[in-house]
Write a protein that binds this ligand. Structure first.
Ligand code: GLA
Length: 389
């Protein structure tokens, strides 16, 4: 059974440096690294001032950088054919589109936050699958931020990390125009090895939650159905949640109860709000179940979360429903779709000795259903973004 390899930081450090040198004929001063993520539970809750429980992947994005003369930045990527060239002002909201917005937008947002952003050449390479709902965009943003701060000799402490999270969120929402909620950047920056991160968007706190290491693994299956957060579905769900909170006279759905949401007159808005309120309880229950290694309870919580996303929030797809059902039939403790939805990936907690069998069963089920072959990866919980020097 083959899994998408994360590569090692040492390998990607060399690849990013070589890419910079080959593209711009300049040696790298250093390389920033930032991981993708898989969310265990708590979906679409971040922009409702709620709770989420993501894990940083071993798959990460690497950005090699070097200062240059003049006023312009040049940004290239192993995964893209175009090179973006522009001055700081060209990276402001409304001026840059496509993939470059995620990278250039960070330089603009860091400068807005008061960091030094001298002109640089930047070269990006990644092992995070693109368009798989695994936060390849946040990984680009945070890797570029690490590179810019590293090259300008800024030491990384928790205050700086918080500013990086804010700046990368601004790049994504204001420059790239994806109205996302902040989970991806927060976990990419604050993750710790072997742990999930419980993030509370009501007070912006985050707590490390240890994950049982040896006997279970996290299997991520990319359905290969493309998913983009700049499309309308994500924004429409967000608008529905805001409408529900406003109808209840609350600042956000974090403050709502199940009884409150059942009063909402509009069936669609009621269903959306029901997903958020029940999902918030499931995050807290998942943290407790992980602590007690209560696998049966985790399975129930993942199943309820998936059903809620499929039926109330309406963001699942037939491919995701199939990976989830097949994973559980083949021996996973629990499985659910993960991330923004409308395609992307599922995540399953699987006893280590069953992981090959579960992945194979999903492949067979996809082939029988006529879906394209999925891609699998193992989400060994990894550390947060850093500068490799
Ligand atoms: C995407 C967004 C996140 C979050 C998830 C859904 O990953 O970037 O902010 O809303 O979808 O939980």
């Amino acid at each position: 059974m083959s899994f998408v390899s994360p590569g090692t930081a040492a390998e990607y450090d060399v690849r990013a440096r070589q890419g910079l040198e080959a593209t711009f004929d300049t040696p790298a001063t250093g390389v920033g690294r930032a991981p993708g993520r898989v969310n265990l539970i708590g979906e679409h809750t971040d922009y409702n001032r709620g709770l989420v429980l993501p894990v940083a992947l071993p798959h990460a994005t690497y950005a090699a950088a070097a200062r240059r003369e003049g006023t312009r930045f040049r940004i290239a990527s192993a995964q893209q054919s175009e090179v973006w060239t522009g001055a700081l002002g060209d990276a402001a909201p409304g001026r840059v589109t496509g993939w470059a917005a995620y990278a250039a937008g960070v330089v603009w947002a860091l400068s807005e936050a008061g960091f030094q952003t001298p002109p640089m050449d930047v070269y990006i390479d990644t092992s995070v699958p693109l368009g798989a709902g695994l936060s390849s965009s946040a990984a680009i943003e945070c890797a570029v931020a690490m590179a810019v701060l590293g090259v300008t000799d800024v030491d990384l402490d928790d205050d700086v990390r918080r500013l990086v999270v804010e700046a990368t969120i601004r790049a994504e929402t204001e420059v790239a125009g994806a109205p996302t909620g902040g989970m991806d950047q927060t976990v990419s920056v604050f993750a710790a090895e072997g742990q999930a991160v419980l993030i509370d968007f009501d007070d912006d706190s985050h707590t490390a939650i240890p994950l049982p290491a040896d006997d279970h693994v996290l299997l991520v299956t990319d359905s290969r159905v493309t998913h983009t957060l700049v499309d309308g579905g994500y924004a429409a769900r967000r608008a529905d949640c805001e409408e529900a909170a406003a109808a209840l006279g609350l600042p956000s759905l974090r403050a709502a109860t199940v009884a409150d949401v059942e009063q909402l007159p509009d069936a669609r808005i009621r269903a959306r709000a029901r997903h958020i309120v029940t999902e918030l309880d499931r995050v807290t229950a998942t943290v407790a179940a992980l602590e007690h290694q209560d696998w049966a309870r985790l399975g129930e919580l993942f199943a309820a979360s998936h059903a809620s996303m499929r039926d109330d929030f309406e963001i699942s797809t037939p491919e995701l429903d199939l990976s989830v059902a097949t994973a559980v039939e083949a021996g996973a403790v629990g499985a659910r779709m993960t991330g923004g939805g409308f395609g992307g990936s599922s995540v399953a907690i699987v006893p280590t000795d069953r992981v090959d069998g579960v992945a194979r069963a999903i492949d067979v089920a996809y082939a029988a259903a006529g879906h394209p072959s999925p891609a699998h990866l193992l989400a060994t919980p990894s550390g947060g973004a850093n500068y490799l020097g």
